[in-house]
Design a protein around this ligand. Structure first.
Ligand code: SAM
Length: 279
């Protein structure tokens, strides 16, 4: 059967797919499909979240540019990300001592682990991981813990995810980051949601000493380059010299299928149409 993403009013992406699970959780309509082209696919409220085939691009680009650049990344806070892909990438670093995953919907974690096991790849049972099942905005407001890295992997600003795009939330993220902490999030398609990057850039610019947009191309997130926004207090991901980054990448032998030291810098080079959107 043909399944279409319903994120945009006047454009759709469709898959020839077989539904293998569907449940209305406390928070969202959760569906899992088997597709020819992209393997298993997680959909929440009609929006594609991740697929077995291309998830590595997104999950690598929301982690390695920060962790590889951070002087000593030992702790990370992950908001959303119930499929486990971000946590899997963060835990590839032996120096990462503690990762806290704050996911509002326990069913996403349980069903992703059951039906999309290749994405979490055992990360949920890593001793370094703590899972908090709650609203990420509430968690950052109440925790007094500090983190070196924060990754916001929420769906688009709809429903319960809306709070994760607010000034209050980003200010609270800034408060829970250490002095050289860095955060990152995706801010939608550079073509179909072009205002999302600019809007969030403006909010982050008012909170963090630096904000750096980056791009990645994720086939099942339609609309050309997907924009990412990194922000932080100390050094930026571009401050680390290539030679040093390359040596660290070689030494750590972190297995990646998209990220590499050259892409680390290239990802932050924006096409002119995106630069214009930031002026
Ligand atoms: N990579 C996807 C994207 O960019 O759209 C996001 C994938 S991940 C599955 C998104 C997760 O965020 C979902 O599991 C959802 O339950 C969770 N989420 C939504 N709002 C949240 C909130 N306020 N606090 C914590 N988790 C939230």
């Amino acid at each position: 059967m043909w399944v279409f993403e319903e994120l945009y009013g006047n454009i759709k992406i469709g898959f020839d797919a077989r539904q293998i699970y569907r449940k209305k959780t406390e928070f969202q309509d959760l569906r899992i499909y088997e597709t020819e082209r992209f393997g298993r696919l997680l959909m929440l409220d009609g929006v594609i979240q991740t697929t077995e085939k291309d998830e590595f691009i997104y999950h690598e680009m929301l982690t390695h540019p920060l962790v590889m650049a951070h002087p000593r990344p030992q702790s990370a806070l992950v908001i959303g990300a119930g499929d486990g892909g971000i946590v899997r990438e963060l835990l590839k670093y032996p120096g990462m001592k503690r990762v806290v995953l704050v996911e509002i919907d326990r069913q996403v974690i349980e069903l992703s682990e059951k039906y999309l096991p290749s994405i979490s790849a055992g990360a949920f049972s890593d001793k370094r991981l703590e899972i908090a099942v709650e609203d990420g905005a509430k968690y950052v407001a109440r925790t007094d813990e500090k983190f070196d890295i924060a990754v916001v992997d929420s769906p688009d600003p709809i429903g319960v995810a809306k709070v994760l795009f607010s000034k209050k939330f980003y200010s609270a993220i800034a408060d829970v980051l250490t002095d050289d902490g860095m955060m990152i999030r995706q801010t939608g398609s550079s073509v179909l949601q072009s205002e999302e990057m600019g809007d969030n850039f403006k909010i982050l610019e008012g909170i963090f000493p630096w904000v750096l947009p980056a791009v990645a191309s994720i086939p099942t997130y339609i609309g050309g380059f997907f924009s990412l926004l990194a922000a932080g207090k100390g050094k930026t991901p571009l401050d680390v010299p290539f030679k040093q980054l390359n040596q660290k990448y070689e030494k750590l032998r972190i297995k990646t299928r998209y990220y590499n030291p050259e892409i680390h810098y290239a990802a932050f080079a924006l096409p002119n149409y995106m630069r214009k959107g930031l002026k």
